[in-house]
Design a protein around this ligand. Structure first.
Ligand SMILES: Cc1cc2nc3c(=O)[nH]c(=O)nc-3n(C[C@H](O)[C@H](O)[C@H](O)COP(=O)(O)O)c2cc1C
Length: 225
């Protein structure tokens, strides 16, 4: 089949698009507004951008039937900081609850029964039960026009300035234990997945030395010209 998203002519009972770019990791974003009120919401339009330094992005539509940006976007733009909390299978119900459309003065963390703890470098607090947190400083926003105001998206980019990893999320040989953490990811419809298996495939081809350095988390060796 072939269809054009602008025409919506897929002929299927549900729009297939959200099932195509999958799995999408979930950025569980905590922010504060100017008055210091805490906000927590999940965004599956989320990813890493670059490593040295690392940046992350999340993208949010406007509020339903509204030209108003969601609270997470408004808060980051106003207070210039956010935290990414790793969403895991164990925390899936809480993640879902914090995605409900509640008023700005409702603290989603309290609604989901989550304890929040202080961050080190930024004001927004962290989800205590989440195993990994990225403390971020706002870098920029990219506005993507939608076909209606509700579907305009803001891509918010932040620079990661601090990383917390719980000790028991690290294996004896010093790797993040993803099979234990089971990071949560979004599929289409109301479907989710989590990391339950992995396989290893060493890189092939040229520049293996640089790629090996990348694995070790170091900058690539300088090239001689
Ligand atoms: C797993 C999950 C993923 C979500 N991903 C997005 C997303 O990528 N973009 C978006 O605009 N809303 C997304 N939502 C909906 C928002 O979380 C929801 O609108 C939330 O109320 C926004 O909160 P805020 O206004 O406090 O920022 C998602 C919801 C869930 C449960």
């Amino acid at each position: 089949m072939f269809y054009e998203p602008d025409k919506g002519n897929h002929g299927l009972p549900h729009d297939p698009y959200k099932s195509i770019v999958v799995p999408r990791p979930i950025g569980w974003i905590s922010t504060v507004d100017r008055a210091g009120r805490v906000n927590l919401a999940p965004f599956s339009q989320f990813n890493n951008l670059g490593y040295d330094p690392p940046y992350v992005m999340f993208a949010a539509a406007n509020f339903p039937r509204s030209p108003r940006p969601k609270d997470s976007v408004a808060n980051v733009v106003e207070t210039c900081e956010f935290v990414v909390n790793m969403a895991t299978y164990e925390l899936r119900e809480a993640v879902n609850i914090t995605g409900s459309a509640v008023d700005a003065d409702v603290d989603e963390a309290t609604l989901a029964g989550l304890e929040m703890i202080a961050s080190t470098l930024v004001k927004p607090p962290r989800v205590a039960a989440s195993p990994i947190h990225l403390e971020c400083r706002y870098h920029c926003t990219l506005a993507l026009p939608g076909r209606n105001l509700e579907q305009s998206h803001y891509v918010v980019v932040g620079r990661v300035v601090g990383v917390h990893i719980k000790d028991d999320a690290i294996t004896a040989d010093g790797r993040i234990d993803v099979l234990k953490l089971r990071p949560l990811a979004r599929l289409g419809y109301h479907d989710y997945t989590s990391v339950e298996s992995l396989f290893t495939m060493p890189p092939v081809g040229p520049h293996l030395e640089a790629r090996q350095a990348g694995l070790a988390g170091k900058p690539p060796p300088a090239t001689s010209s």
